[in-house]
Design a protein around this ligand. Structure first.
Ligand SMILES: C[S@@+](CC[C@H](N)C(=O)[O-])C[C@H]1O[C@@H](n2cnc3c(N)ncnc32)[C@H](O)[C@@H]1O
Length: 286
């Protein structure tokens, strides 16, 4: 029997619904996420060529942690449009921007694969840990390219391959096992590791029409006080895992979390817990 065709629109609806629920958890973990992605985020903004006065598109902006960095960099003569599929998470982004005193941030609910923004209106575009969740990332990249002025820079951040992101791989495989689902190709579209296949994201950038395409690998270990702290982050904020475990009854879900915790305990250190992660920063130019 053939596998059923992948229904991209149904997948995106499920993604949006799940992020509506995880919005508060992701926002509450901003300090931990910020520390985890600090170096990689600075590099992403550099590689996109963001500077004072730039008009910047931030795709899959979430609660806006990187949006605020962009707003600070571009200053009052520049601006940033933060786009996300989830209205709930963008409300946090808007509130965070206002609280930080940034008046140059606008938010808009939109699908990154259908941006609904003006053609060639932006100097730079970024997407931090968003593009890999798109069922059709090539379409997302084409949209970002269309939004850029000629010569405008883009940079995306995604997870690299499974063996360099063992905790993400453990979470996915254990969740699928407990949900009674077969192991999944980690590079299947829309998954956390979907763009980690060596060479894949460069190829997508080139196919989308970007030039000067280059990918940089960055180590970004996630350091936390304990395994429990990582589990708390995952339980409240990691939508793709919830998308799998959310369908289980309470006892089955508890069994899954217990096994996940046991396996993640392998990353305990003398001072707490540290999960290795490797990220890909891919830059290009329209
Ligand atoms: C892991 S969070 C990253 C949020 C933020 N960029 C950050 O790094 O803190 C992923 C975000 O991608 C958004 N997202 C997923 N699919 C999307 C799509 N097709 N279009 C726009 N946003 C999408 C989710 O709603 C969520 O806010």
């Amino acid at each position: 029997m053939n596998a059923p065709a992948f229904d991209q629109e149904a997948f995106k609806l499920a993604t949006r619904n799940q992020w509506e629920k995880s919005a508060r958890g992701w926002n509450d973990h901003t300090p931990q996420i910020r520390a985890w992605l600090r170096t990689a985020t600075d590099a992403m903004l550099d590689m996109a060529g963001i500077r004072p006065g730039s008009r910047v598109l931030d795709v899959a902006a979430g609660a806006g942690d990187q949006t605020l960095d962009i707003a600070g960099r571009v200053g009052p003569r520049g601006s940033v449009l933060a786009i996300d599929l989830s209205a709930a998470i963008l409300e946090f982004a808007q509130a965070n921007a206002l609280r930080a005193g940034h008046r140059n941030v606008e938010t808009r609910v939109a699908d990154g694969e259908r941006l609904r923004v003006e053609e060639a209106g932006f100097d730079a575009a970024v997407s931090r840990l968003g593009l890999m969740l798109f069922p059709d990332p090539l379409r997302g990249l084409r949209e970002m390219r269309r939004a850029l002025k000629p010569g405008g820079g883009v940079c995306t951040m995604v997870f690299s391959k499974p063996d360099a992101n063992p905790c993400v791989a453990i979470l996915m495989s254990t969740a699928l096992k407990h949900a009674g689902l077969p192991p999944r190709d980690p590079y299947q579209p829309g998954g956390l590791l979907s763009l980690g296949k060596p060479g894949l994201i460069d190829e997508l950038f080139r196919t989308a029409g970007f030039r000067d395409v280059a990918t940089t690998r960055i180590d970004a270990p996630f350091g936390l006080p304990s395994t429990q702290a990582y589990l708390d982050f995952i339980r409240t904020s990691a939508s793709p895992i919830q998308q799998i475990l959310g369908k289980l009854d309470a006892a089955a879900a508890q069994a899954a979390w217990t096994e996940i915790e046991e396996r993640l305990d392998a990353f305990r250190t003398a001072s707490g817990w540290e999960g290795p992660n490797e990220l890909l920063l891919t830059a290009g130019r329209r």
